[in-house]
Design a binder for this molecule. Structure first.
Ligand code: GLP
Length: 255
């Protein structure tokens, strides 16, 4: 079972996620992090930045990227990762990779998989959850075995992300994303979600049937998952009391 942590708010969730990352980095200063974009991980990056750790040797692989934006576009995930993660955390830009950032787009998926493999795999993958239940940009219908590849975005996701662009028409129709199979290969998954609007999706991902209709449900196949939600996002979980009890009574070696 995944470790489900229900906290007061996004700030507390950021501290819990930062604890997991700090523990990893103190053991392995050149750890490989899987980096998510979106508003959800922002409190995690903020909590980590406050700790002033030396993260200069940390390597990173972004989950996903739009396809078709001009280079340097401020809403490309390369630019977002640079602005929101690399700079505040003091990561080394050359050690941070984004899918599609080198070589031809036709082989970008396979190239990214090779790069992750060559780095020894992802130690800890940070994940958010989209409204369609996607993780990365793995929209409904994504294979649980999928690897990094080009995908078409759903209308819902394009509408959700239109807030970052001048109009819906400016939101790319395509993306390149780590697959669900890529995500399953990471050693530890840390999935965060906040707010009432995510409650149904969180319950489906954690307790619902395993289904490609809700790609986030793939986490049930992973042996080491930490799901961190605020009260609102955790409000539809049937076993919330049990998760709280398990977290409060976790054994020393689990901390
Ligand atoms: C985008 C990203 C996802 C992210 C999702 C949720 O679609 N590709 O990685 O999890 O948005 O975004 P937010 O955290 O802003 O709710």
């Amino acid at each position: 079972m995944a470790e489900i942590v229900i906290v007061r708010d996004a700030d507390e969730a950021g501290e819990v996620a930062a604890d997991a990352i700090e523990r990893l980095i103190s053991r392995k200063p050149d750890a490989v992090l899987g980096l998510a974009t979106g508003s959800t991980p922002l409190t995690t990056w903020a909590a980590l930045a406050k700790r002033r750790l030396d993260l200069s040797r940390v390597r990173g692989f972004a989950l996903d990227e739009y396809v078709g934006l001009p280079e340097g576009h401020p809403e490309s995930y390369r630019a977002v990762i640079d602005r929101e993660v690399v700079e505040p955390l003091g990561l080394t830009p050359e050690l941070i990779h984004v899918p599609g950032d080198s070589g031809p787009i036709e082989t970008a998926g396979a190239d990214y998989e090779n790069a992750i493999h060559a780095a020894g795999g992802i130690d800890l993958q940070v994940l958010g959850l989209g409204r369609t239940g996607h993780i990365g940009f793995n929209e409904p219908g994504s294979s649980f075995a999928s690897l990094t590849r080009i995908k078409t975005l759903t209308e819902q996701t394009r509408r959700d992300n239109a807030r970052f662009f001048s109009s819906l028409d400016d939101v790319p129709t395509h993306c390149i994303t780590q697959g669900l199979g890529t995500i399953l290969r990471a050693h530890h998954l840390v999935l965060l979600a906040f707010g009432e609007a995510k409650a149904e999706t969180v319950a489906g991902a954690v307790e619902g049937p395993l289904t490609s209709r809700l790609p986030g449900s793939v986490i049930q196949l992973h042996p080491r998952v930490t799901v961190i939600v605020d009260e609102a996002a955790g409000s539809r979980l049937d076993y919330a009391d049990y998760y709280r009890f398990a977290w409060e009574h976790r054994l020393d070696w689990e901390k």
